[in-house]
Design a protein around this ligand. Structure first.
Ligand code: ASP
Ligand code: MG
Length: 405
């Protein structure tokens, strides 16, 4: 007998009909002899609707009250799904996060899971019941309801799978797996049968929004086999797992990109110890996240400093730099908020030389100018003008043999 944690996202439970379809799928699995724990999100649009209601009461509601409010979305879904299961003679019981209980810290709206009490779930599973758990929520040690951040039901599912030592955690969503790149940009993008946790983390943090990043980190840490698949079609989806020798064959697993980038340059700053920290300190203090950083070789005692930020933070960062430029005696500030980042990702590049030069040659052949470069063990990223994004992604996808036949 196997134990599975199924997670259904908002669109998969978006209407009463869809909830009934989920119930059918769950009952089938239970009837086949498996033990099933189901985690559900709020019905699609519900969390946003609740956020809208809150805004009508108060400009800045407290995080604690937001959690009390937002947790209701998932509570609706667990009860409806459990009723749907009962209506087709499948024994089931629903639990909120605090009933289970999923103990978290007290950071409202972005709480972290500390511990999960599996005893009640085990009893129910032993008795042949399907256990239905509300995603995205927990309870702190003082009994306050907490939530795990938007998209947090993925993390609930993975955490339950780890705590229950489940055989697999299946994330049912509206896409049928993880793709080599966004199929809307490259119609020849392929669904991957497998991808490693590390690659998935790079793909997710670079803007492929299939799973909440934290859920992938959690799955990697506790070695939870994680599968992404569609609730609207059949198919095995994509398995996210540890590296296997068979997987080492592919040099590049996918191409990620991020359109929300901007870059800022400060020229003619003194080339002295402490300057980078004087520039980036105030940026960090203002909660602006910096991604790539490049400092030029100094000349005549001065140097240039360039970094990228999220496009939403561009104007704020620029205003800060204008002040810093004066304070540090720099020459000038310039910037560009129409850049994008394109990255090739693959564990295969660990053991192969020449991947970077292939990437740069492909871009050169398309006359695409590279403005910045950064690398890690399994990723090479370039910053380019946003007007070349589609061309760059398509050419790289082709050149690295990722196109489907
Ligand atoms: N309902 C929450 C959200 O929309 C959590 C989730 O769906 O995972 O972010
Ligand atoms: Mg989601």
């Amino acid at each position: 007998m196997a134990l599975y944690v199924y997670k259904f996202g908002g669109t998969s439970v978006g209407t009463p009909e869809r909830i009934k379809a989920v119930a059918e799928r769950v009952k089938q699995a239970r009837d086949a002899g498996d033990q099933i724990v189901v985690v559900v999100s709020a019905m699609s649009g519900e969390t946003n609707r609740l956020v809208g209601l809150a805004k009508q009461m108060q400009e800045q509601p407290t995080d604690r009250e937001m959690d009390v409010l937002l947790s209701t979305g998932e509570q609706v879904t667990i009860s409806l799904l459990t009723m749907a299961l009962h209506s087709i003679d499948c024994d089931a019981c629903s639990y909120t996060g605090s009933q289970v209980k999923i103990l978290t810290d007290s950071s409202h709206t972005k709480a972290r899971i500390r511990d999960i009490d599996v005893s009640k779930m085990h009893d129910d599973l032993q008795a042949g019941k399907v256990v239905v758990v509300a995603g995205f929520q927990g309870v702190d040690e003082n009994g306050n309801i907490t939530t795990l951040g938007r998209g947090g039901s993925d993390t609930t599912a993975v955490a339950l799978a780890a705590a229950l030592k489940a055989d697999e955690c299946l994330i049912y969503t509206d896409v049928d797996g993880v793709y080599t790149t966004d199929p809307r940009v490259v119609p020849k993008a392929r669904r991957l049968d497998k991808i490693t946790f590390e690659e998935m983390l790079e793909m997710a943090s670079l803007g492929s929004k299939v799973l909440q990043i934290r859920s992938v980190e959690f799955a990697g840490k506790y070695n939870v086999a994680l599968r992404v698949l569609s609730s609207f079609s059949e198919g095995k989806g994509t398995l996210i797992t540890y590296e296997e020798s068979e997987m080492e064959r592919a040099l590049i697993s996918g191409i990620a990109f991020n359109r929300d980038e901007a870059k800022l340059t400060l020229t003619g700053v003194p080339d002295l110890p402490g300057v980078a920290s004087k520039i980036l300190g105030p940026i960090a203090a203002d909660n602006i996240e910096v991604d790539m950083i490049v400092q030029n070789v100094g000349e005549n005692g001065t140097t240039d400093f360039t970094f990228t930020v999220n496009r939403n933070d561009y104007l704020r960062a620029r205003a800060l730099l204008d002040t810093l430029c004066v304070d540090l005696g720099g020459k000038q500030v310039s910037g560009d908020n129409s850049i994008v980042k394109v990255s090739i990702v693959g564990v295969g590049m660990r053991s192969h030389a020449g991947i970077a030069s292939t990437m740069f040659k492909v871009l050169a052949d398309e006359s695409i100018n590279i403005q910045m470069i950064s690398t890690s063990e399994i990723k090479i990223s370039v910053v380019i003008d946003e007007k070349y994004l589609e061309l760059a992604v398509r050419s790289l996808h082709h050149a690295f043999g990722l196109d489907k036949e």
